[in-house]
Design a protein around this ligand. Structure first.
Ligand code: NAP
Length: 240
């Protein structure tokens, strides 16, 4: 029997790293993406310590030619997790065209390129997970406008592809984290980890593993009737 292959973008840190390790623990051969060998070292090392199959896949998601070459070099793909993303930390009046381009090129077009080429390697039973953000629904109280707008686009793209691909037996869902303790979490004098605890109903920040568990369920057979959903994993920060 063929082993399963997963691709995780932005897998060198935070949530992407946790997803790569969790899928590897579930016996996937994981192609862990980052922009350089150096940036994926830690994930590969952690995988080795656990005897997991994690291999580097080096490309920049915002450069279509790189995505195409690397994704099409794989024999087949059972699931792809579009996790790579960036933000800009600016008030909306200060934003420049290059701020918008940076965020949309990575978060939106990067996801599109990955889906476009991964589909050439997918068959019935494959699945796609896009990592969104609660900021898509709230508008983004703590993050910048291009970031929250890019995650709104991710939600639309998730539903678009879910509809298009359902007849082919390929499922597409988004996992939408709330506030998770990674380097992307906005922290300053006023917005501290203790402050987050006061605004999250469950009373604590999320950890990358919380998101990884949800992803590993959604790509599994157990979720074979779930597609086109934006699943919030957020300690109750956004309900309903
Ligand atoms: N942490 C939260 O509270 C939170 C909340 C909601 C949603 N999310 C989402 O969760 C996902 C993971 O974020 P995180 O919190 O784990 O932060 P993170 O550690 O900054 O993860 C983002 C990853 O994306 C990579 N990346 C950025 N641009 C890339 C590109 N062009 N090509 C390939 N990789 C690229 C980064 O690598 P480099 O080292 O090269 O920059 C980094 O490894 C993101 O989609 C984020 O929007 C996070």
């Amino acid at each position: 029997m063929k082993g399963k292959i997963a691709v995780v973008t932005g897998a060198g840190t935070g949530i992407g790293q946790a997803i790569a390790l969790e899928l590897a623990a579930n016996r996937y051969t994981v192609y862990a993406n980052a922009r350089s060998e150096d940036k994926i070292k830690e994930t590969i090392e952690k995988g080795k310590e656990m005897n997991y199959e994690i291999r580097p896949l080096i490309f920049d998601v915002s450069i279509e030619e790189e995505v195409k070459n690397k994704i099409l070099s794989l024999p087949y793909i059972d699931c792809i997790i579009n996790n790579a993303a960036v933000g800009v930390d600016k008030e909306f009046r200060e934003l420049t065209e290059s701020d918008w381009d940076k965020v949309f090129n990575t978060n939106v077009k990067g996801c599109y390129y990955c889906v476009k080429y991964a589909l050439e390697k997918m068959t019935t039973g494959s699945s796609i997970i896009n990592i969104s953000s609660g900021a898509a629904k709230t508008g983004g109280d703590f993050v910048s406008l291009p970031y929250s707008a890019s995650k709104g686009a991710i939600n639309s793209m998730t539903i678009f592809f879910a509809r298009k691909l359902a007849p082919k037996g390929i499922r597409v869902n988004a996992v939408s984290p709330g506030f998770v303790d990674t380097r992307m979490l906005i922290l300053n004098d006023k917005i501290t980890k203790d402050y987050y605890k006061t605004i999250i109903p469950i009373g604590k920040l999320g950890i990358p593993q919380d998101i990884a568990y949800c992803v590993s369920f959604l790509v599994s057979e157990k979720a074979s009737y779930i597609t086109g959903q934006i699943i919030e994993v957020n300690g109750g920060d956004i309900m309903g």
